[in-house]
Design a protein around this ligand. Structure first.
Ligand SMILES: [Fe+2]
Ligand SMILES: [Fe+2]
Length: 320
């Protein structure tokens, strides 16, 4: 009863304008213009490191000691994408052929985005704990970039809530489901994260218990997002009739992660310099996509058989 009251919030219509560029211009032009604004936002952030990393054409990571690791991870992802591109479930339930062709019902899409809201919220909790851990270490760059990233993602979380509400999702159910998912993931006792045991852990736990540098792997794993959301955005407008403002979450991910992956490139290339750290980062990055692919395939089959129901597992914490 108490929980129900805690989550009772007023469902509100979107009272502000998000990314009007996506209404005024073609997707490609909007992405270009929004990216330019993102560079400006970095300048106004007054964080010199951020300004450097967000500058047009930045490739500074290539001269850093962990550049080989970053290059390998990007190559691994490109090959994984190539291998799975023709699979109908790829890359993720919220952007797969059922959505692109408008064959997923709006009710099913509502459940898919509810699941995503829960993943993102649990990710915020684990990521925030990673940031707190970073403050206990002497490395200022890691904490500054990680905190900036978490702040950005929190704004995205609110945008995803708006999309959920546009799907007529009940706000109380939405917040309660996400809260309970995070609670469930947090019940696992703390342990030392190794390249072997992380495969058994949720993304939440790896962020909570692992070295803060692993946040860099998650930033880099967002390499999949601009493409995924650029595929989904026109389909969501055309087949599902969402307003531009309802699609703020999708719009922002057509460009924002071009910049977030740079944060990951910087963090890993600069600080993942020992053999152990490189192996740990590699294992986490690869596991993130392996679990995501496996889960996306399972959920796709559920969608095809019409048996799709939101039942969250630990693996869902890896879905982007
Ligand atoms: Fe995001
Ligand atoms: Fe991001």
């Amino acid at each position: 009863m108490r929980i129900a009251v805690m989550f009772m919030q007023t469902t509100r219509l979107v009272p502000w304008k998000f990314n009007p560029l996506f209404e005024q211009y073609s997707l490609q032009d909007a992405v270009k213009k929004a990216s330019e604004l993102e560079e400006e936002r970095a300048v106004w952030s007054q964080l010199p490191l951020l300004t450097e990393i967000y500058a047009r054409g930045w490739k500074g990571w290539q001269d850093m000691p962990g550049a080989d690791l970053v290059g390998d991870l990007i190559k691994w992802w490109e090959e994984d994408r190539k291998a799975n591109l023709s699979k109908p479930w790829y890359p993720t339930p919220s952007s797969c052929d059922l959505v692109w062709k408008g064959e997923m019902s709006k009710e099913e899409y509502a459940e898919v985005v509810l699941r995503r809201f829960c993943n993102v919220e649990a990710g915020q909790a684990g990521g925030s704990m990673g940031v707190a851990n970073a403050y206990l270490l002497p490395n200022r760059d890691v904490r500054e970039l990680a905190l900036w990233w978490i702040y950005d993602e929190q704004t995205h979380q609110e945008m995803d809530k708006i999309l959920n509400l546009a799907c007529y999702q009940d706000e109380t159910r939405l917040l309660k489901t996400a809260f309970e998912f995070t609670q469930k993931l947090s019940k696992v006792p703390e342990t030392t994260v190794t390249k072997e045991n992380l495969k058994m852990m949720s993304r939440f736990q790896v962020q909570r218990d692992g070295p803060p540098l692993l946040i860099g792997c998650l930033m880099l794993s967002e390499i999949i997002n601009p493409w995924t959301n650029q595929m989904a955005q026109p389909a969501l407008k055309k087949h599902y009739d969402f307003s531009n403002d309802s699609l703020a979450f999708v719009n922002v991910h057509t460009f924002a992660d071009y910049f977030h992956i740079r944060l990951g490139q910087y963090m890993l290339a600069k600080f993942a310099v020992t053999k152990e750290l490189k192996e740990l980062c590699r294992a986490f990055f690869i596991n993130t996509f392996m679990v995501q692919n496996e889960r996306a395939e399972e959920l796709y089959k559920e969608l095809l058989t019409g048996k799709y129901k939101v039942k969250l597992t630990q693996d869902d914490s890896y879905l982007q």
